[in-house]
Design a protein around this ligand. Structure first.
Ligand code: GLN
Length: 453
């Protein structure tokens, strides 16, 4: 199934105008932070005149607002960067533009991508595409909603601990978090450098594959990128798939469990062998993540000091300038993470927290690697529940973090993991399942999902 093909059949101008119209009709969802109308129309005319060609010629898309993009602000949904005009574009955007795609605007997110509901945005929360009283998920909530509403056929997101997969599952779209290093992160606002990945949210696997194929590959501007290994594939013969027991145990919503079981049935019908597997270290993943990631955040956000980028507070001394700029520029969750990160990296606590977490992380990676000697892929839900209500978790950060329990393990291990629609709850909220694979098995995961789609 492909939605992108329909766009290729129309003029670029028609595509862009329609997408912008649809976006404006749906402003109540608060999914889009800014439009790059002028630049988009200019590029559309170049596509229609034949000056720009490519595999995505005239196809509109929206990027999460932590991708640097020309012609429009890049705010990372923060007060710090709310007026920031990037001097360059992210490599991922450049590659899509080189194939004729047209960025029409930027999607809402949790400020600096810290969160799982898009409620930490300085510009207000995005609402779920299926029920406006529920969260869109996050941090790429805006990207998921614009695809779910049919405004664009695909949107870009970043996934550090689940930020593509979880909002995708909450809004019934496909979400791809590739192997760490697949897509260049150059020009994307850094969150946690050892787990940050760039990926796509799309209406179908086939469309997601095309976008990944275009974006992936080595980039001299991002030392962590891998030589291009990604190519869409078909399955050869039945695969062996492990159901992660710990993800199906108590604590998981019964409808989420039932939807996952139904998906597993569909895999079996296709001839795949599905067995239960257990991972003894999964219970530590969330604790590891919420030590390692804040540590990297505290370091990456050090550059926002009111001097080099974005908003600068009125201040009398240099100390005040740093302090006040950060106080006004960051959201509460950003500050919380900077404080946790600085704490676990401080000299008295480094060994007890940061070092210990990194050691535990290595053991978790080993546990995954051992399983992938026997299994081609692992399966489980994306999140313990469907989209929760707006405001339900905002007063309790730990409760919010617990919603990330199923997505952070693959992030810590740098593994590809994809979220695919798997049905709806009785009250109409989407549910997604997650397929996790060995490093560089991205195409295999998508091939499996295509079979069931
Ligand atoms: N919800 C997770 C967090 O708050 C994931 C965020 C992300 O992947 N950017 O850290």
């Amino acid at each position: 199934m492909t939605v992108i093909a329909d766009y290729i059949g129309r003029t670029a101008r028609e595509n862009v105008v329609n997408a912008l119209l649809k976006a404006r009709e749906n402003e109540e969802f608060n999914a889009i932070l800014s439009y790059s109308e002028e630049r988009a129309l200019e590029r559309a005319d170049k596509v229609d005149s034949g000056e720009i060609t490519g595999r995505l010629a005239g196809v509109p898309f929206i990027a999460k607002d932590n991708f640097l993009t020309l012609g429009v602000t890049t705010s990372a949904a923060s007060n710090f960067l709310k007026d920031f005009k990037a001097p360059l574009q992210a490599t991922a955007i450049e590659k899509l533009e080189a194939e004729g795609a047209i960025c029409i605007g930027k999607a809402n997110l949790d400020a600096f991508a810290h969160g799982g509901s898009t409620e930490n945005s300085a510009f207000g929360p995005t609402k779920n595409a299926f029920n406006q009283e529920h969260v869109a998920g996050g941090s790429s909530g805006g990207s998921a909603v614009v695809v779910a509403l049919g405004i664009v056929p695909f949107a870009l997101g970043s996934d550090t601990g689940g930020s593509i997969r979880q909002p995708a599952s909450f809004n019934n779209v496909v979400g791809i978090k590739p192997t760490y290093g697949t897509v260049s992160r150059y020009g994307v606002v850094a969150m946690a450098s050892s787990t940050d990945t760039i990926g796509v949210l799309a209406s179908s696997i086939e469309d997601a594959e095309l976008v990944m194929d275009i974006m992936s590959g080595q980039d001299t501007k991002d030392m962590t990128t891998l030589p291009d290994f990604f190519a869409p594939a078909q399955l050869e013969g039945p695969k062996k798939i492990g159901v992660i027991k710990e993800f199906m145990d108590e604590g998981v919503d019964s409808e989420v469990k039932a939807a996952t079981e139904q998906y597993i049935e569909a895999l079996k019908q296709k001839g795949h062998v599905v067995e239960e597997v257990s991972m003894s270290l999964l219970k530590y993943a969330l604790a590891i993540y919420y030590i390692v990631v804040p540590a990297e955040i505290s370091s990456n956000l050090g550059r926002y000091d009111g001097v080099r980028y974005g908003a600068r507070a009125e201040a009398g001394t240099l100390g005040e300038l740093y302090g006040l700029s950060r106080d006004q520029g960051f959201m509460q969750e950003n500050k919380r993470r900077i404080m946790i990160g600085s704490y676990v990296l401080s000299s008295g606590f480094f060994d007890a927290y940061y070092l210990q977490a990194q050691k535990a992380r290595t053991l978790l990676v080993d546990e995954f690697n051992t399983l992938f000697k026997t299994y081609d892929a692992l399966i489980g839900p994306v999140a313990p529940t469907p989209a929760f209500k707006l405001g339900e978790n905002t007063s309790d950060p730990v409760k919010m973090y617990l919603a990330d329990i199923m997505t952070v393990p693959a992030s810590l291990a740098g593994l590809p993991a994809i979220s695919v629609p798997a049905g709806k709850s009785q009250n109409g909220l989407p549910i997604g399942v997650q397929l996790i694979g060995a490093r560089k098995s991205d195409a295999l995961l998508m091939a499996l999902a295509k079979e069931v789609e």
